[in-house]
Design a protein around this ligand. Structure first.
Ligand code: ADP
Ligand code: MG
Length: 730
């Protein structure tokens, strides 16, 4: 067991130089115990930390806290600024505050199926504060009448009384002074450990073990980047002296986290560009004219520039790794077609991956039409193939009897695991890649093929996301749309405008236009969503759209059903397509100029923008009406900005600011471990700083082999080696 005295000794001496301490003389057994290195001490099981013991150690394990070091880096999830502690009658409308009081009364009411309202009356002196929780009945058991409580939240005046909705609560011992005058950490908890206990545990771990932590940055780097040394930052992130110290401490850890990530990306990028081989596939005037002749329009300057960038990359003997980003309808497909045909011109194969079956089918049609007069051979590899058909396609791919393969991500991902064999793969294009990340790209590489890569986004992505999730790629951007893009008149409406809208909608249908109706987004399951779309369909076919030909599209249908529904719509046999948001992805039907979106508040801005892009493609202006009941200010702000601007790049930034990064880093989607402290929507400046610093380091030392950075380098490989396919540190 690690004796407290030993920990103290470590604290008062420089790390690595453990001197014996006078207290050791009084500590039986101590003198026979071998002294532990700082690293070993940081690996002390939590059980032996002050105030923990075996029982609490089990609870801490649930929070993934196993060793002393884990506790040191268990950063607060929030802070309470106790300088704002107030009496109830000093509260100010909308101004965050904390109040101490005694629970006077608790009541729980059912307010509808699955709905409840929990109320609590808190008495402070002679005044009362009412606290409310909607649909959180389980909170009731936490609220014990007569107990003293610290409540923090946003006060609202309701008649004569102050109210807080969903405040943060924390129990105080009867004799405990309300913590005042400093900033308190708020940790994530687990059943059995309360906030006060957690603060004590972390506090004493920081006191005993923070001085043992070695910095990953050399001193001159800390100075140059204006970063606090880790031993100064650790205590301050847990128990800040003031706002300014907290800022400095946070900056230190945010910077470190982002730099480590940017270094991993920079190393990956450097290796891809220098160590992997790919066939050089240069373009020429002859190839260029043979390809562009196939397009029914002139390329825009933006498309031309993107193509030039791609051609430069593909001419190299190393794989291209390029992201093509552009707004909805900006014309990414022809750029991809150019690249694929360039590969084919050199006798190589190309693969185009789409996220959905519908989109894969559509790409096939576009390509088929453009290549009708050429000898280029196309094939489709999607989930709708029978095993025998799939086998046949795979055989043809292996024999080199197919030039361009259009597939869905899911299928090719499954196939790539068992090793899809191309005779001579020169290029892979990932279309509408938003939810797919680094991992997918790496997966194909493992199959032993080294083609060129082109990744196309579904929609403009926020700058910092691009620099991170696609940070190992070069970027080409299509900013201006192709000529003839229609404006889409966008309305935000409530129920009272329904009649007028449908009247207008029918009028346009009568003029020969087509339209979409997007049913509200349902997240429970595909089955619920399908039922929901069906219901919207039934209601409309009996009501507002009774005399029109309607189609129905949702995720529960078979690929064949979906395809025939789309065919009917494209051919104009159905006038209105009632659908889930599946149509958002790339569907292109020029005569569709009308769209109704139901439950608009449930969609993200990027999704709404994608949907809007569906009705801007024809010869006539588009009309979009979003019916929404904004439940929050955030959702209202989102919908307002949607009607105000149609610039996808601007909307992407707004959405990101409003909603935060959410689960961008969900391992399923991107395969990158989650960021623990940095926030890509908030820490934009630090992302840019870290990226520039990482680039500079890797430019001069591609494998980060300078011994001064050995510790940092280990951290990079430890954290991202697997996710970014970097292998282990040498
Ligand atoms: P996205 O970038 O959303 O994938 P697409 O590649 O599907 O957009 O292109 C959208 C539409 O614009 C298509 O109908 C396409 O034929 C058309 N288009 C693309 N480039 C041009 C161009 N240079 N001139 C005219 N129309 C174009
Ligand atoms: Mg597209």
């Amino acid at each position: 067991m690690l004796a407290v005295s030993e920990v103290r000794a470590a604290r008062t001496t420089r790390p690595g130089v453990l001197r014996s301490h006078p207290a050791d003389l009084y500590n039986a057994g101590m003198s026979t115990m071998p002294q532990k290195s700082p690293v070993e001490q940081l690996q002390t099981p939590v059980q032996f930390l002050k105030g923990v013991g075996p029982q609490r150690a089990e609870l801490l394990a649930k929070l993934d806290l196993h060793y002393a070091a884990d506790v040191l880096f268990f950063f607060p999830r929030a802070y309470q600024d106790m300088s704002e502690l107030k009496e109830i009658d000093q509260l100010e409308e909308g101004k965050l505050a904390s109040v101490v009081g005694v629970i006077e009364e608790v009541d729980l009411r059912n307010t509808g199926p699955g709905k409840s309202l929990l109320g609590m009356l808190l008495r402070g002196g002679t005044s009362y504060l009412r606290c409310l929780w909607f649909n959180q009945p389980w909170m009731q058991q936490k609220l014990i009448e007569g107990r003293r409580l610290l409540v923090s939240g946003e006060p609202k005046r309701e008649g004569l009384r102050w109210e807080m909705v969903h405040p943060r609560i924390e129990y105080l011992a009867d004799d405990e002074d309300a913590p005042a005058g400093h900033i308190l950490p708020v940790y994530s908890l687990t059943e059995g450990i309360n906030q006060t206990q957690m603060r004590r545990i972390v506090g004493s771990a920081v006191e005993s073990h923070a001085p043992l932590v070695e910095d990953v940055f050399p001193d001159d780097f800390l100075d140059a980047q204006h970063l606090w040394p880790i031993r100064a930052a650790l205590p301050q992130i847990h128990q800040p002296n003031d706002e300014a110290s907290l800022e400095q401490a946070r900056r230190r850890f945010i910077y470190q986290e982002l730099l480590v990530l940017q270094l991993a990306l920079a190393i990956r990028k450097w290796r891809l560009a220098h160590q992997r081989q790919a066939p050089p596939l240069p373009t020429s005037a002859k190839i260029d004219s043979r390809i562009t002749r196939l397009f029914p329009f002139d390329l825009t300057p933006a498309q031309r520039q993107a193509i030039d960038e791609i051609c430069q990359d593909m001419a190299q003997p190393h794989p291209m790794n390029r992201l093509l980003q552009g707004d909805v309808g900006s014309g990414k497909t022809v750029v991809a077609m150019y690249a694929m045909l360039l590969a084919v011109a050199h006798g190589h194969q190309a693969a185009l991956m789409a996220p959905t079956e519908i989109l894969a089918q559509q790409h096939r049609q576009t390509l088929k039409a453009a290549l009708a007069a050429s000898k280029v051979r196309l094939d489709l590899l999607t989930g709708s193939l029978t095993p025998a058909e799939r086998r046949e396609v795979l055989d043809k791919i292996a024999a080199g009897e197919v030039d361009i393969v259009i597939g869905t991500h899911a299928v090719t991902h499954a196939v790539s695991k068992s090793g899809v064999e191309f005779k001579k793969l020169g290029l892979v294009v990932f279309d509408e890649q938003h939810k797919f990340g680094v991992r997918q790209r790496a997966a194909l590489k493992k199959a032993g093929v080294d083609p060129h890569y082109l990744v196309m986004t579904a929609t403009p992505i926020p700058r910092t996301v691009g620099m991170t999730l696609f940070g190992d790629l070069d970027v080409s951007t299509l900013r201006e749309p192709p000529p003839g893009r229609q404006t889409v008149h966008t309305y935000l409406a409530g129920d009272q405008q329904r009649m007028r809208w449908w009247h207008f909608f029918r009028g346009k249908l009568d003029e020969g236009r087509q339209g979409f109706v997007i049913a509200p987004l349902v997240e429970e399951s595909e089955a619920v969503e399908a039922a929901n779309v069906q219901q919207t369909f039934d209601t409309l076919s009996r009501g507002e759209l009774a005399n029109y030909r309607l189609g129905l599209l949702h995720g529960r249908q078979t690929p064949a059903e979906k395809e025939s529904t789309m065919q009917a719509f494209r051919a104009g046999r159905t006038q209105v397509l009632i659908s889930t948001s599946v149509v958002e992805v790339g569907v292109d039907v020029p005569s569709a100029t009308l769209m109704t979106i139901e439950g608009g508040e449930r969609f993200g801005l990027a999704q709404l923008h994608q949907l809007r892009g569906r009705v801007s493609r024809g010869a006539h202006p588009g009309y979009l009406c979003v019916f929404a009941n904004a439940a929050s200010d955030e959702s209202q702000a989102r919908l307002d900005s949607f009607t105000k601007t149609s610039d996808g790049f601007e909307l992407a930034e707004i959405d990101f600011r409003l909603r935060g990064p959410g689960d961008l880093f969900g391992t399923k989607q991107h395969g990158l471990p989650p960021l623990r402290i940095a926030d890509l929507s908030r820490d934009i400046a630090v992302v840019e700083e870290a990226r520039a610093a990482a680039q500079a380091l890797i430019d001069s030392d591609p494998e980060l082999s300078n011994p001064a950075f050995a510790r940092l380098c280990r951290m990079v490989f430890h954290r991202y080696g697997e996710a970014l396919d970097l292998g282990d540190v040498g």
